[in-house]
Design a protein around this ligand. Structure first.
Ligand SMILES: Cc1cc2nc3c(=O)[nH]c(=O)nc-3n(C[C@H](O)[C@H](O)[C@H](O)COP(=O)(O)OP(=O)(O)OC[C@H]3O[C@@H](n4cnc5c(N)ncnc54)[C@H](O)[C@@H]3O)c2cc1C
Length: 433
């Protein structure tokens, strides 16, 4: 192989990039990470809860070392209309079992920890500068990067630039995601004493809650709200499709939706007195399997959200566990190709095989229909939360008038929506889940 400055260059130090760098550096390869933020994590946000299974495979001791916030043992899903909330609240010891446990995280400290692990393993870092171009040789093989004035060469480039796939589109020819496949997330971190968090969310010391909301939080538009408890703050935000968020597409802009969400009677009391310490916004890919582009090229592998690896199921949001796993597989494939002396697409093909054999591509494929179901299911965000309010008001209200049997109170509420239509919608949704 020809001489290059590094064996591997990694673009971006989010979950995918840092893990790819750690994996390759741990195998003795020379690795450079170029991160445009002034430090790893400076520009990254997540809701955020990470399902730990893939992290555990890379860092078996992560529970002791990583800056985790709380282990999530309480799950809540809620339908909300403007004044009410119907919630399913679930807690169980299985949620805390090793291998299926999950943790709330804040990305600035978490990504810095990942970068430190990569550096300790021997990776070099340049922060505060963006890669502007992937360099190619005469044969079209990726052979390095251009960042500012510098051209730096490598046998393999791992592209982990996140969901804003500028380089993948411009230099690799990957397609631009459709507006229907992208959403915008806005999030605030609100500080509260840890004891107050535990009291308000009914949590044992150190444990955490994850809450997902549907309905009025996005003013009835496709999307949803989230709330995760950290050690001494809560992460609160919402995700709305680009078509909802675009200028003029909606009477209520996304930042106003967030304010209204914070003032909702089911949310305001749990964040009362909290101090706003962070406000951020970020795109998130929601197209699932159908937006996964090509991710193996001559001299280049694409990992994490740059490869469309993210899934919003309404009851689960997953991107970080995919990013960690794909970063590890990209690092391993790059090492294997370097050792075999073939870093062409054929030499790097073990990455595709590993991804297809893993939960990453399998889960995205299993739930392929879900993003399309959500897109066309407006009643889920408008009518169903109102129906839930009517049904549960009918069940719980007592006014001293003689009561009719429960079914006779419920059926008119359901029937006015069309029993068959309702059953059809639910059946379609269940089939794509
Ligand atoms: C509001 C919101 C809520 C979410 N909630 C969850 C959740 O609860 N659980 C979950 O698992 N996932 C969640 N996700 C998704 C999750 O955050 C992502 O899937 C995950 O961060 C992807 O990791 P990544 O490494 O691929 O990309 P990123 O974390 O975005 O990292 C990309 C890195 O590349 C850098 N970069 C970009 N371009 C360049 C360049 N040209 N040169 C150099 N560096 C560059 C960036 O600065 C960044 O550090 C959420 C996302 C959002 C927006």
């Amino acid at each position: 192989m020809s001489e290059t400055d590094f064996d591997i260059i990694v673009v971006g130090s989010g979950c995918a990039g840092a893990v790819a760098a750690y994996t390759a550096a741990s195998a003795g390869k020379s690795v450079l990470v170029v991160e445009r933020g002034v430090f790893a994590g400076a520009k990254n946000i997540t809701g955020g809860r990470i399902y730990s299974h893939s992290l555990k495979k890379v860092f078996p001791d992560f529970e002791r070392e990583a800056p985790l916030e709380r282990r999530i043992t309480h799950e809540r899903m809620a339908f909300m209309d403007p004044a009410s909330q119907l919630a399913v609240d679930f807690t169980s010891p299985e949620l805390a079992e090793e291998g299926r446990d999950s943790y709330s995280v804040l990305r600035a400290p978490f990504d810095q920890w990942l970068a430190e692990k990569a550096e300790e393993a021997g990776a070099e870092y340049i922060c505060g500068i963006a890669v502007e171009e992937l360099l190619k040789d005469e044969g079209g093989k990726v052979c390095g990067v251009r960042a500012g004035e510098d051209e730096i060469t490598a046998q393999v480039v791992v592209l982990a630039e996140g969901c804003n796939t500028v380089l993948a589109e411009r230099c690799l020819g990957n397609p631009r995601p459709k507006p229907s496949q992208m959403a915008v997330g806005v999030k605030q971190v609100l500080e509260l004493p840890s004891g107050v968090i535990e009291d308000r969310f009914l949590l044992p010391e150190g444990e955490g809650a994850a809450m997902l909301f549907v309905g009025d939080c996005t003013h009835g538009n496709v999307g949803g709200g989230f709330l995760y408890t950290n050690k001494d703050s809560v992460s609160l935000g919402l995700v709305a499709t680009i078509s909802t968020a675009a200028d003029g597409a909606n009477e209520v802009p996304v930042y106003q939706m967030l304010e209204d969400f914070k003032n909702h009677p089911a949310v305001a009391p749990v964040i009362k007195g909290a101090k706003l310490v962070e406000h951020s916004g970020h795109m998130v890919p929601e197209g699932g399997y159908d937006m996964v582009p090509r991710y193996v090229f001559d001299g280049c592998l694409v990992a994490g959200e740059s490869a469309g690896l993210c899934m919003n199921m309404g009851y689960q949001v997953r991107g970080m566990d995919f990013a960690v796993a794909s970063g590890q597989m990209a690092g391993q494939a790059a090492v294997k190709a370097l050792d075999a002396g073939d870093t062409s697409a054929a030499g790097l093909a073990s990455y595709k095989q590993a991804m297809e054999d893993s939960f990453v591509i399998k889960d995205l494929a299993t739930f392929r229909k879900w993003p399309h179901t959500m897109e066309g299911w407006s009643s889920m965000f408008t009518d169903y939360p109102v129906m839930a309010r009517e049904v549960f008001n009918a069940m719980f209200s007592v006014d001293g008038e003689p009561q009719r049997p429960l079914m006779k109170r419920m059926m008119p509420i359901v029937k006015k929506r069309g029993l068959l239509r309702l059953a059809g919608e639910v059946r379609k949704a269940v089939r794509s889940l």
